[in-house]
Design a protein. Structure first.
Length: 609
């Protein structure tokens, strides 16, 4: 369900991986993503140049302050194994970075109390014949400052820096134009023929099915006879892989983009666009989207008008290095109906009275001034402050001008969209996706559909006329209100929607459903469904069929495995097995696609497995 145009895209350049835009201040945490073991581990001190660790000394939250290193881990454990082990012993980590080859991990916590509790509990504990040890770990250096120091050292003629400088000089000598650099960053397949793009994505999904086939064999011995037959039929795969369905449009397809605001790679201040690289890679340079192929002309026009506006203001762009400045991000949503929504993210710092004047100027500029030609029909303003705790900030959108919503048309139906609501970013390709989902679900007038992570209700509403009832579950309150309004606008009365975390709401709803035919359709964020949801699905024997729409099938692999693994004390109920799979290309010019898998419950009384 998540917006996943470019998984490896520059930070802030494309939509988030959740059901709503990036609304938290994750830039502090972004600095601290561990790519390799930190130097000088174990003493809990910064060491070296203290300037490179200044981000931990301010008032902003970063879990790097509460980081430990767990050593002597067992061989062959994975991320989920470590997380489950810690949770089992009452330890709730904020982040985990596992180095399985070296058999250690960095683990961060939300506060000192939780860190100290973990150190006391884990140190000396035995796990799979290994005795664990825990010690304080030093935070990671600020990537920008680290790179700057390396550059300064290269100028001073230090040997290691000379080699780096020489390599950098070689790169600079071959530097490509900015439009090529940004195309490579956000649409890495832009120069690959579309047919070849589709073949690559097909191969990617085939590799995922190969892994799932192995995992089913390892985790459910009762399925081995069935699995052997399937592999013979389907080229060593657990189910048939159908030909990828292409996107009807390959350019200007994104109906939602998040543009970062920063210093341009060309030196121009207050530039609105995409980053060339991630902060943790030592780069904050921004390039205009004017020549990117996946952004619509309507969105580009808004970006240009907005950039002109902010350059007339006295307010600086926000710096993720110093945490100073104001302008943060611009989100643009467009649709077939030619309505457009712009959401401006601004860090107020200590500004108070000035904000009302600023919002008034924004309103005037886009409704009466030079920005009117950009065509914005809905304008919002978000005060995006600093993150001072590990919790999610409450960031309400302030309606500034125009309508409160924009409206999209999909499969002959009408949908209203709020600022935070999820809606697939490629509308024509979403029609292909939802048509396939409806075909695979094998629904009739006796069917009850459970639409999990339903967003604005698109899938459930598109299927409602074929079934007895649709029950939608969604985390975002705005999206739930949109879904209810969308059902009413389309004259549908057999839908109900529930707001909450799927792991909290779904088990109760599922147990209460009384229907001769229950089908679940799940379209979760990139990380997949919470394990509680999978366990509830497995336990509910009356649920016979499940259509899983995965925006990142690799990340959802544990869900697939748990659906198919043998019953146990933890996993109750008969297993599912995959019956068919297919990719749908919602993100041309990138390596990403949506993957649909149909799972059906094994009936041990009648099925020959």
């Amino acid at each position: 369900m998540a917006d996943v145009a470019v998984d490896n895209s520059p930070a802030g350049s494309l939509p988030s991986t959740e059901n709503e835009p990036v609304l938290k201040d994750d830039l502090v945490e972004e600095k601290n993503q561990e790519d390799q073991p930190a130097e000088g581990k174990g003493d809990g001190s910064a060491g070296g140049d203290s300037n490179m660790y200044r981000y931990i000394k301010g008032d902003l939250f970063t879990s790097e302050i509460f980081k430990v290193e767990i050593q002597n881990l067992p061989k062959y454990i994975g991320f989920n194994d470590l997380k489950k082990f810690l949770n089992k012993h009452g330890i709730n980590p904020h982040k985990i970075k596992l180095f399985s080859k070296q058999m250690f991990a960095f683990v961060t916590f939300k506060n000192q109390e939780e860190r100290d509790k973990a150190m006391k509990a884990v140190h000396g504990m035995q796990w799979k014949s290994k005795v664990l040890s825990v010690r304080l770990a030093k935070p990671k250096a600020d990537p920008i400052l680290k790179k700057r120091k390396q550059d300064e050292e290269s100028e001073d003629g230090q040997p290691g820096a000379k080699r780096a400088a020489g390599s950098q000089d070689a790169k600079e000598g071959e530097e490509e134009p900015l439009n090529i650099q940004i195309a490579n960053a956000v649409t890495p397949l832009w120069n690959v023929p579309y047919e070849e793009q589709l073949k690559r994505k097909d191969r990617e999904v085939e590799g995922i099915l190969q892994k799932l086939t192995r995992e089913i064999g390892n985790n459910n011995k009762a399925m081995l006879p069935w699995l052997f037959v399937q592999k013979e039929k389907h080229n060593k795969l657990c189910c048939p892989l159908e030909t990828i369905r292409p996107s009807p449009v390959q350019t200007e397809y994104r109906n939602k983009c998040e543009f970062v605001i920063g210093v341009g790679a060309d030196g121009e201040d207050k530039t609105v666009g995409f980053r060339l690289g991630k902060y943790k890679g030592g780069s904050c340079a921004v390039v205009s989207p004017s020549e990117t192929s996946h952004v619509s002309s309507e969105a580009k026009k808004i970006v240009e008008a907005f950039q002109q506006f902010i350059r007339t203001t006295p307010y600086a762009v926000y710096s993720p290095e110093t945490y100073e400045g104001h302008w943060r991000q611009l989100t643009v949503r467009t649709c077939r109906t030619k309505q457009t929504m712009a959401i401006v993210f601004f860090n107020p710092q200590k500004l108070q009275e000035e904000l009302e004047e600023l919002k008034g100027n924004l309103r005037q500029y886009f409704t009466e001034g030079e920005g009117k030609e950009s065509g914005i029909t809905s304008l919002y303003f978000v005060r995006m402050g600093q993150r001072t705790s590990a919790g999610t900030e409450d960031l309400p959108c302030e309606h500034v001008a125009g309508t409160e919503w924009i409206h999209e048309e999909l499969l002959g139906l009408k949908f209203r969209i709020s600022p935070h609501s999820f809606f697939q970013t490629n509308t024509p390709a979403a029609e292909v996706l939802y048509s396939a989902v409806g075909e695979w679900a094998q629904l009739d007038q006796d069917s009850t559909v459970l639409d999990v992570c339903c967003g604005t209700g698109t899938i459930g509403i598109s299927l409602a006329k074929r079934v007895r009832k649709v029950i939608g579950i969604e985390l975002c309150p705005e999206a739930v209100e949109d879904a209810k309004a969308n059902a009413e606008a389309n004259g549908l009365t057999n839908l109900e929607f529930h707001c909450g975390k799927a792991e909290d709401v779904f088990p109760t709803i599922l147990n209460a459903v009384v229907s001769p035919s229950v089908t679940a359709i799940v379209d979760p964020p990139r990380a997949g469904l919470h394990s509680k949801v999978i366990l509830a699905i497995r336990k509910a024997e009356h649920l016979k069929r499940l259509v899983y729409v995965a925006c990142n099938a690799k990340a959802a692999m544990n869900n697939f495995i748990d659906l198919c693994r043998a019953p146990s004390n933890r996993v109750r109920g008969a297993a599912f097995r995959p019956m068919r799979a297919m990719a749908v290309d919602l993100f041309p010019q990138t390596m990403h696609c949506e993957t649909i898998l149909l799972f059906e419950r094994v009936d041990y009384r009648t099925d020959d497995i």
